[in-house]
Design a protein around this ligand. Structure first.
Ligand code: HEC
Length: 93
């Protein structure tokens, strides 16, 4: 029982310490903010199934465009989902 609690605490700690490195959008425009959060959610959920997530700053807009076009088929995402993920990936100030 004690081991289980320690294991749970460690798992929670690892989860919490990993996620903040992926930029959380904070736009003052509520419509844009909604889109950016949706993009982040899709990115985390869909794009982490085969490999670790790449940080938004790791590529410029042009490279993200190329990578997303390449990954679209693999990830089986629609054009709309691709655009919203693209928006998120290029929104970090
Ligand atoms: C079905 C598995 C799969 C999914 C889902 C997937 N990828 Fe990938 N991705 C790969 C593989 C395999 C590679 C490495 C081989 C390659 O570059 O062709 C890769 C490489 C990459 C790279 C590095 C390319 C480079 O030039 O080094 C980026 C960036 C990337 N993926 C982004 C994404 C994004 C964004 C998504 C979500 C839309 C995504 N991936 C979803 C399989 C996947």
């Amino acid at each position: 029982m004690k081991k289980l609690i320690i294991f749970t605490l460690i798992s929670v700690y690892i989860l919490l310490s990993c996620s903040p490195s992926l930029y959380i959008p904070a736009s003052s425009d509520p419509v844009l903010q909604q889109k950016l959060l949706e993009g982040r959610k899709l990115y985390v959920r869909i794009c982490s199934s085969c490999h670790n997530l790449h940080l938004p700053r790791q590529y410029n807009a042009e490279s993200w465009r190329k990578n997303l076009n390449l990954m679209q088929e693999r990830a089986k995402i629609t054009d709309e989902e691709k655009e919203i993920i693209f928006l998120y990936l290029n929104s970090q100030p």
